[in-house]
Structure formats: C-alpha cells, structure tokens
Design a protein around this ligand. Sequence first.
Ligand code: NAP
Length: 272
Amino acid sequence: MNVLIIGATGFVGSAVAAALAEAGHDVAVLRRPGGRELPYRSVPGDLTDPASLKRAAAGFDRVVHIGAPLGEELDLAGVDALVDAGSPLVYTTGAAVLGGGTADEDTEPRPHPFVSWRAEVERRVRAAGGRVVRPGMVYGGGGGAVPALLAAKAAERGTGVYIGEPGVRWPVVHVADLAALYVAVVERAGPGTVWHGTGETARLDEIARALGGGTAVPWPLEEATAELGPLAGLFVLDQDISSDRTRRLLDWTPKHTAIVDHLKAEPPVPAR
Ligand SMILES: NC(=O)c1ccc[n+]([C@@H]2O[C@H](COP(=O)([O-])OP(=O)(O)OC[C@H]3O[C@@H](n4cnc5c(N)ncnc54)[C@H](OP(=O)(O)O)[C@@H]3O)[C@@H](O)[C@H]2O)c1
C-alpha cells in the first residue's frame, strides 16, 4: 500500500516506518519545515498547519498519524484536515484515553484530564471510517520518553523513583511489537475500529526498581507535579487494559512480555 506516516522521526514512528517498508509498503513521510531528512519520499507538511496536512494527506491508501499530540485545538483541527484529505486514517492516541481501572477495546473512553480531548479525536477518526491505535507505555532499544524520564530520576537520586503509592499498574509494549501491530492494522483492520497496543501489564514501582539497581523510593505526587506538571498525574493512574480482541482479530502476538528484565538488560538512555 501507499502509506504516509506522520511522526516518522519519532520513537514509535521510526519503528513503524521501518516495519511498513520491510513489509513491502510504499512509505512516504510528512516532513515539517526544518525537519530531519529520512530515507523515504517526503511530503511537506506541519501538524501546526491544518491546510498543509490536508494537502499532504491526499491520495494515500493509508495515512498513519504517530506524531506528537499538540493540544486540543491543534489536534482537533488536524484530525478534521486529515479526514477532509480523504485517505483512510490510522490514528494514534494512547491507553490514557481510557482512564483508570479495567478496560478492553469496547470500554467507553474516560480520559485522564492530561489527554481529555483525545476521546473526541478518536470519535472523529472512527466516525470518518478511520482506525485508532491506543498504545500502552512504549519501551525498547534504550528509547521511550517514560523510561528515559524514570532513568534520569534514578540517576539523579541514586535509586529508582515511582510517583505516589506502590502497586500502580500500566499497560506497556515493546516498540518492535507495537510496530508489528501497526503493520497488521494497516493491512487488515476494518474501518471505524479501535486497537490496543499493549504487551503486558507492569507495576511502575517494579519498573522503578529495575532502573534503580534494585531499590526504589516513592516520589510524592505534589512534588512530582511541581517538577513535571500535570503529566505527573498519569503516573498514579492504575490501568489494567486488555488487548485480547486486538490479538485475536489481527493475529498479533507480542514477543516481548518481560519489561523488567528488558530494562535491566538494555537500560534506557536517561532524558537530559
Ligand atoms: N512513547 C510512548 O510511550 C507512547 C505511549 C502511548 C501513546 N503514545 C503516542 O504515540 C505518538 C508518538 O509518540 P512518540 O513517543 O513516538 O513521540 P516522539 O518520539 O516525541 O515523536 C513525535 C513525532 O511527532 C513529530 N512532530 C512534532 N511536532 C510536529 C509538527 N509540528 N509537525 C509534524 N511533525 C511533528 C516529531 O517530529 P520532529 O522529529 O520533527 O520533532 C516526531 O516525529 C504520540 O501520539 C503519543 O502520544 C506514545
């Protein structure tokens, strides 16, 4: 298929672009002004300029959005422009759109306030016949924004750090498994559908211990919020998210299901 990728220089997007090319698809990438050059055909456009998105996204078999979220106004204008362009969309949100608790692909979103508008983004994508992918926290290959943040805190404190109480669970996924899921979604997912990119459910205090050389201490939410802003609130959101239907219908089997061992063997590069 002829596929445009938005966010192809990013952590997830670069893996997805490589996996789609490897699977034989004709990959093009959105390149913003001054953006890094990649070994794919580039199409000019910028997520902050909806008119440029509408021009860029026309005429593809799939447009796969794995770009950064830029806030309610820009994301909603952007999704409308992409829908107007007329190419079938595959749009990335995230498990946080489901809020806390137990959920599967049929659960109505109850988004965490940090990503509140993403439920409406999803609604517009699905109403237009697009496909939504909700990844859990993505790790692997020494990358990922959250592992990098937690590794930086561990290096600073000399011990692992988790926010709030111990025992908070998050859905997580290795970037290579997630890239394989996008290939399956591009090739086989029907219109108006939602897919969960989660390989396992992991405890954040155990991840902190793995990054802290075997020890971890709590970081009070108020202190973490003072440093990280509202993002800190996501770290106390306990989530048990199923991807059973995604696995069954797309024949997707994550190969990496031991994040704690992985982070010990292949530590993330701390964020600067
Ligand atoms: N990583 C995770 O753990 C995780 C978990 C759940 C959901 N997600 C979702 O997955 C998506 C990708 O995450 P990621 O971790 O791969 O992010 P990332 O590494 O920060 O990559 C973001 C991408 O967006 C591009 N971008 C930013 N501003 C842009 C603009 N104005 N115009 C065009 N492109 C722009 C960046 O391009 P430049 O290189 O030019 O800046 C980059 O390619 C996001 O929607 C995120 O919310 C990620």
